[in-house]
Design a protein. Sequence first.
Length: 181
Amino acid sequence: MKQKFYYSPLGDGGVGGDMDERLWEYIDGLSSAEERYSIEKLLETNREWKEKYHELLEIHQLVQSSALEEPSLRFTKNVMEGIAKYQIAPAAKTYINNKIIWGIGIFFIALVVGFLVYGFGQIDWSAKSDTKLPVDISKVDFSKFFNNTYVNVFMMINVVLALMLLDKFLESKKKKIHKEA
């Protein structure tokens, strides 16, 4: 429901509205006769309202007088022709060197194998003459490791990534089979 405004002789601007909003409605001709009357009275008596009214009236006239620039009818076609002049980026397979990818993979595999060899090298194999490992695995409490939220999140992310890798691998195999057929 729209709130009614009235002229206040105290110069407080009336009750129930923002000065800018009321002036815009007055300028656009959207205000009622009662509101127009109260705004006209405010414009006669209140210097602040009068200054704001002239400011908004200038803005209104500028907007009305300026025509918006419209693009030409061939604008889209011109843009597309301009883009067509440039060379399209090649597919990733043409500029990614597979030897570099294999080299990075071999580096990480060698790193993991190196850590495993170093870890097994640190074990004192001569500590017991038994054929058993020096650590009794049945006494290790794995619940301490797998009850941690961060470890569980890490494991879930790894499982999802492994499934995505398997999917890509199987998809590439399927494409290869369809190409040969």
